[in-house]
Design a protein around this ligand. Structure first.
Ligand code: ADP
Ligand code: MG
Length: 354
C-alpha cells in the first residue's frame, strides 16, 4: 500500500502560533501566569489583576515596571522574540522567569489582546491591538502611566475546540487564584491586587522587609487564611550558606489533598521530588498515611555554594549537593515538629497520640 506524497507547506505564522499556544495556554490561569511573570521580569513592584467571568471574558494585568519601547512593540507580540536573552551563554545564567519569547505571541493568537505601555512618567504611551493575529499589530499613541497593561479578552474565541475544555467560571477562577497566590507568596516585596467581577478578592501591600515578621504573616494570613497561621509552626533554620524559613502545618491540620504546599527556592516556585521527600520523611512519624501536610517554605541557598539550576519553565531544581540540602530540610522540620509535639503533649496530655 502506498500513499500519495502530500506536499509540504510552511505553516502560516498564525497557525504556528495557535499550535504553540496549545502548549503555553491551557486555560485563563496559564495566561495569568505568563502575564504576571512578565510584569515581575519588568521589575514591577505593584501589579493589579482584574478578571471577568473566570478570566475567559477578560483578564487585565497592569504593572508599574519598565514598560516597552515604541520600537520594540511589534516584536513584543512576535514569536521567538524576547528582550531577556541574546546568546546561548545567557541561557545558562538566565535569571528572568521568561526567556522563550513565546507567551505573548501564543496568547495573542487565541484571544483579543490589547497592550498599553509607557517607559516613563510623561503619561504618554502606546497601544497595540492584536485580534487573533488576523492583522499585523497596529501601534498607536495612547496615554498610560509608566509600566504596562495587558488586556486579554475572549480567550479561545477563535479556537472552539479549546474553549470546550474550559470548566465553569468558578473553577477557572479558582485556578487563576491559585496562580496568583503562588506568585504573591513568592514575591512578598511586590504589592498585588486581584479583582473578580468588580469585587476585591485580594489587596496585598508589599512587605517592606523580610525582617518584618508581622507583615509577612499578614500576607500569609490574607492568602491562606487565619486558620493556616493558627495551625502552623514557624520554621527558621539557618546553617552556613543555606536557610529555611516559613510555616509548616501541625499534623492535625493535614489535608486529604496535597494542595496548600508551597516551596520556594531562592524566590522561585519549585516542585521537586527531593524536597518533597525530605518533608514527607520529617512528617513520617506524626502523620496518618494518606494525609498531606500544609506548608509555605522559603529555602535560600547561596548560589556559589550550591548550584541551583532552576529550569525557568519547569518547576524543577537541581542542587549540586542534593543530599546535603535534603538533610538540612529534613532535620530542620523534624526537630521543630518533634519539639512542638512533645511540648503540646506535656501541656495537654489528653492530646491524641499520633
Ligand atoms: P518572554 O517573557 O519569554 O521574553 P513574552 O512573549 O512573554 O516572552 O514577552 C515578549 C517580550 O515582551 C519580553 O521579552 C519583554 O521584552 C516584553 N514584555 C512582555 N510583557 C512585558 C511587561 N509587562 N513589561 C515590559 N515588557 C514586557
Ligand atoms: Mg514571558
Amino acid at each position: 500500500m502506498t500513499q500519495d506524497a502530500a506536499s509540504i507547506r510552511v505553516l502560516s505564522p498564525r497557525l504556528a502560533n495557535q499550535i504553540a499556544a496549545g502548549e503555553v495556554v491551557e486555560r485563563p490561569a496559564s495566561v495569568l501566569k505568563e502575564l504576571l511573570e512578565n510584569a515581575l521580569d519588568a521589575g514591577a513592584d505593584q501589579i493589579d489583576v482584574e478578571v471577568e467571568a473566570g478570566g475567559v471574558k477578560l483578564l487585565r494585568v497592569r504593572d508599574n515596571g519598565s514598560g516597552i519601547q515604541e520600537g520594540d512593540l511589534p516584536l513584543a507580540l512576535a514569536r521567538h522574540a524576547t528582550s531577556k536573552i541574546a546568546t546561548l551563554d545567557d541561557l545558562e545564567g538566565v535569571a528572568s522567569l521568561g526567556f522563550r519569547g513565546e507567551a505573548l505571541a501564543s496568547i495573542s493568537s487565541v484571544s483579543r489582546l490589547e497592550l498599553l505601555t509607557s517607559t516613563d512618567a510623561s503619561g504618554k504611551g502606546w497601544r497595540v491591538v492584536a485580534e487573533g493575529r488576523e492583522m499585523q499589530p497596529q501601534v498607536t499613541p495612547a496615554p498610560h502611566p509608566q509600566g504596562t497593561s495587558l488586556v486579554v479578552r475572549d480567550l479561545f474565541f477563535n479556537t472552539p475546540a479549546r474553549r470546550k475544555f474550559l470548566r465553569t467560571e468558578r473553577t477557572e477562577f479558582s485556578h487563576l487564584e491559585e496562580v496568583f497566590r503562588r506568585l504573591a507568596l513568592s514575591r512578598q516585596d511586590v504589592a498585588f491586587s486581584l479583582r473578580h467581577q468588580g469585587k476585591q478578592i485580594h489587596q496585598l501591600p508589599a512587605v517592606e522587609s523580610k525582617e518584618a515578621p508581622e507583615q509577612v504573616s499578614r500576607r500569609i494570613g490574607q492568602l491562606l487564611g487565619r486558620d493556616f497561621l493558627e495551625q502552623s509552626l514557624t520554621i527558621d533554620a539557618v546553617a552556613s550558606g543555606i536557610s529555611l524559613k516559613g510555616w509548616v502545618g501541625l499534623p492535625v491540620y493535614a489535608r486529604a489533598q496535597a494542595d496548600r504546599q508551597y516551596f520556594f527556592v531562592n524566590g522561585r516556585v519549585v516542585r521537586d521530588r527531593l524536597v518533597a521527600h525530605a518533608i514527607r520523611q520529617a512528617y513520617q512519624d506524626v502523620l496518618y498515611s494518606g494525609r498531606h501536610p500544609v506548608f509555605v517554605l522559603w529555602l535560600d541557598v547561596d548560589p556559589n555554594i550550591v548550584d541551583v539550576n532552576v529550569h525557568p519553565t519547569k518547576h524543577e531544581v537541581r542542587f549540586r549537593d542534593g543530599r546535603w540540602v535534603h538533610d538540612f530540610i529534613f532535620s530542620s522540620l523534624h526537630k521543630r515538629l518533634g519539639a512542638a509535639l512533645l511540648g503540646a503533649e506535656k501541656q495537654a496530655p489528653e492530646t491524641e497520640a499520633m
